[in-house]
Ligand binder design. Structure first.
Ligand code: C2E
Ligand code: CA
Ligand code: CA
Length: 775
């Protein structure tokens, strides 16, 4: 009898151990092992001895752990009630305690009832104490309690049955129990990770939507506490920012995160814990611009079991990265707003800003004119002398144009070599034409660019407000038609007239030519390399389409890909692009196994029914292993119809190809979607990467995307890597792959092999020079 009491008591003690804890917001519910003890006790002990075996170890533990009195009393009361209910119920259902099926069922029922009552009592008590369990946690919690109750009851019944025949049989049972325990443990870890992820996403979402810093900080602290199951979370400002607490605190002024586990042996850490009255802690510095401004301190891991781990520290760093973004938000929002409406090269307004100005003029019932200017030989200059010269020329054209239009005019660069001028308050078309001729004359004079004199012609289209359109888009389109007419006839300046609507010019003309262009192989793929930021090796190429137009020169994809969507040629174009890309990939295979190719899927194409079949056929035709093909799908394509997109993506995944979310970060809603997408890769949009070398806000965004993606075990690619400092910063953030002009411009396929050879040589040189490229 004494031995049985001791065994049952020992089981109860073990139940308090870490292995069998389910933690909900820091309150540990002991499950399974205590059920085991309960069942064994119910069968082998009279009720008062069972009660002793239950309460005695609990009292000792409460004293040792200095549990708060109210919690101890509550728990002792609860334990007593549980045993009372269990005993009475089993007595009614199976008074003889025979070892048949009927008794087993009675026992299962008894344990389930007791566990549920216990669970509800705890939830109720927590609610009374002001820390309610969130509703979404209650159902999984009940589920877990019932499942583990069932498991332990089964074990206990087996033990009793085995005991009836052979004591040694218990050893076999113990072995089985050990296996179950390990599986049980793994399951709870998984459950915990899943909860962490959900909470992280919830947090990202609130930060994304938040507008003021105070709310976000309160939110951050709440989330940090909840996520890490900790008693306290505080943001400690460093001196100079109104903080005092950290003077002469060596740990708080460190620039790197620190994990201080319970029972740390480091004397400095022990001292620090004692001084701050904590058992364990996590410290993560928060940076503003360049300095550490504060430290996020999370202390006292709750729950009887465990202390903080490296994983917890990483989780906290991710939270902090999001907050750092917000720290710069004010500045960032202004910057983004400016960037969104201005052309980075010339500083002029862009198409959006121009449209807004034009629409405002129309809406206000004003009068005016729109001039649309397009340089005549810009493409040739650019091709012959290179982009840098082309860029300087555009800057000079912009400056001269500004000088030669009436004050108060709005000047914009619409893209490429296209400019627009809005003349306000002007009513006569003659006056508009005269201004256009003057501007044209001014731009026709030579420009000096690095010692060379360059001449470019310019053609101007003119459309009047309100005569030539009721909305900005119409006015601009008509100015565009007039401009093409000016170019086509060599007239220089032309005003819009309705006859032009019936001539296919400009975009319309291009759209008409697209089909034959595809058929005559005028669309060719260029290839831009992607390198591993860890090793410097080339991991693949992105295929980018170019239209080699016999008259217009190179037409860029941003012009003709949308046209293909409007004219129903997406499939044709997409198929041609994928086919060329795979053909090249095949030629690299022999010399460079493993170098893959990425193709862009246009929005319409993703949802086309025959897509998977077509790709499958092309892969077979070109004999390229599916895993070497990556399909880049823009975030906006996914978000336009997430359910349909996810379905289509699963079909593509079934082929074995890789999927990548392109232009990631441009819409924050996708953060919440990312974990549901069957993708292997995230491509950070270049608008975040380009400003990295001058803007820490951008860096903070990139850091949080990298961390988020790594949490989901995705590969992170940064596009738009133009210079070495950016590349270095990306290496430090742990970004996996880089792509950009800094490494190479997109190149025609025939250049790829030579480029790879040269790239290898520079890699070797750098290595030999002892300068490590990657960390
Ligand atoms: P994307 O997929 O975001 O492609 C990257 C674009 O960034 C390319 O422009 C590339 O030349 C440019 N880029 C690369 N490195 C740098 C850099 O360091 N700095 C800067 N500022 N830009 C860089 P591209 O070739 O003009 O393509 C524009 C867009 O057209 C692509 O954007 C893609 O969405 C689309 N596109 C290109 N080829 C295809 C295609 O075959 N099919 C479809 N559906 N879309 C395509
Ligand atoms: Ca792309
Ligand atoms: Ca992109």
């Amino acid at each position: 009898m004494t031995a049985t009491v001791l065994v049952v008591a020992a089981l109860y003690v073990l139940a308090e151990g870490s292995l069998f804890h389910l933690e909900v917001r820091g309150h540990a519910l002991s499950v399974s092992l205590s059920d085991l003890a309960l069942v064994v006790g119910l069968f082998l002990l009279p009720p008062h001895w069972l009660l002793v075996a239950r309460l005695a170890p609990a009292v000792v533990l409460f004293v040792v752990r200095r549990t708060a009195l109210v919690k101890a009393v509550f728990n002792l009361g609860l334990f007593t009630a549980e045993i009372g209910v269990a005993f009475t119920l089993l007595q009614v259902l199976a008074p003889d305690r025979g070892l048949g099926v009927g008794t087993w069922l009675a026992t299962y029922l008894t344990v389930a009832v007791v566990d549920l009552l216990g669970g509800f009592a705890v939830v109720l008590a927590m609610r009374l104490l002001g820390s309610a369990v969130p509703r979404r946690d209650v159902v999984p919690m009940i589920g877990a309690v019932v499942v583990s109750g069932f498991l332990s009851t089964t074990l206990a019944l087996m033990a009793i049955v085995v005991l009836d025949t052979s004591v040694a049989g218990l050893l076999l049972l113990a072995a089985l129990a050990a296996v179950v325990a390990v599986a049980h443990h793994a399951y709870y870890r998984l459950l915990r990770r899943h909860q962490d992820l959900n909470r992280l996403f919830a947090f990202t979402q609130t930060v994304g939507a938040a507008r003021d810093a105070d709310g976000v900080i309160a939110n951050l602290l709440d989330h940090a506490r909840e996520l890490l199951n900790a008693e306290s979370a505080v943001l400690r400002l460093l001196p100079g920012l109104g903080g005092t607490a950290t003077d002469s605190d060596p740990l708080l002024s460190e620039p790197h995160p620190r994990l201080i586990p319970r029972g740390s042996r480091d004397p400095l850490e022990r001292q620090w814990l004692a001084r701050n009255g904590l058992r364990d802690a996590l410290l993560v510095p928060v940076r503003d611009e360049t300095h550490v401004v504060a430290v996020l301190q999370v202390g006292n891991r709750l729950g009887a079991a465990g202390t903080f781990t490296r994983d917890d520290l990483k989780l906290l760093q991710t939270l902090v990265a999001h907050v750092e973004v917000l720290w710069h938000n004010g500045r960032l929002v202004d910057q983004l707003r400016h960037d969104a409406t201005h052309d980075a090269l010339t500083g002029l307004g862009n198409r959006t800003l121009f449209n807004d100005g034009l629409q405002a003029l129309i809406d206000g019932g004003g009068h005016g004119a729109t001039l649309l200017l397009d340089l005549d030989r810009f493409k040739e200059v650019n091709d012959a002398l290179g982009h840098p010269v082309g860029d300087v020329l555009l800057e000079k054209v912009a400056a001269r144009l500004l000088d030669h239009v009436p004050t108060g005019s709005q000047v914009a660069r619409l893209g490429g070599d296209e400019f627009a001028v809005l003349l306000r308050g002007l009513t006569s078309p003659e006056e508009a034409l005269a201004t256009a001729r003057a501007a044209r004359a001014a731009l026709t004079g030579a420009f000096e660019v690095t010692g060379t004199f360059l001449e470019v012609g310019v053609s101007v289209g003119v459309a009047m407000v309100p005569a030539d359109g009721e909305d900005a888009a119409t006015v601009l389109r008509r100015a565009d038609l007039a401009m093409y007419e000016a170019k086509r006839t060599g007239a220089g300046v032309v005003r819009y007239s309705p006859v032009l609507d019936h001539r296919s010019t400009g975009l319309l003309e291009l759209a008409g030519e697209l089909r034959s262009a595809v058929e005559q192989d005028q669309i060719v793929m260029y290839f831009q390399p992607k390198e591993s930021l860890r090793t410097g090796r080339i991991v693949g190429f992105e295929a980018l389409a170019r239209w080699m137009h016999p008259e217009r020169g190179v037409v860029m994809p941003e012009v003709f890909v949308p046209l293909s969507e409007q004219t129903g040629l997406v499939g044709l174009l997409g198929e041609a692009a994928a086919s060329q890309a795979l053909e090249q990939c095949r030629t690299w295979l022999s010399r460079r196994p493993g170098v893959g190719v990425a193709v862009n899927l246009s929005p319409r194409r993703l949802l086309e029914p025959g897509l998977a079949a077509s790709l499958d056929r092309l892969l077979a035709e070109h004999e390229v292993p599916a895993e070497l093909l990556t399909l880049e799908i823009t975030e906006s394509t996914v978000m336009a119809d997430p359910d349909a997109a996810v379905r289509a993506m699963h079909q593509l995944r079934d082929l074995g190809v890789r999927l990548s979310v392109d232009d990631f970060g441009t819409g924050y809603s996708s953060l919440n979607y990312l974990h549901r997408l069957p993708v292997q890769e995230v491509k950070i949009d270049k608008s975040f990467v380009l400003p990295m070398h001058r803007d820490v806000g951008a860096t903070a965004i990139v850091r949080s995307i990298v961390e988020l993606a790594h949490t989901l075990e995705l590969t992170v690619v940064a596009e738009g890597v133009e210079n070495e400092p950016t590349r270095q910063a990306l290496v430090e953030l742990g970004c996996d792959v880089g792509q950009g002009y800094g490494l190479a411009y997109p190149m025609p396929p025939e250049d790829v092999q030579d480029w790879l050879v040269r790239h290898d040589a520079t890699r070797r040189d750098r290595r030999a020079g002892g300068r490590p490229r990657a960390v």
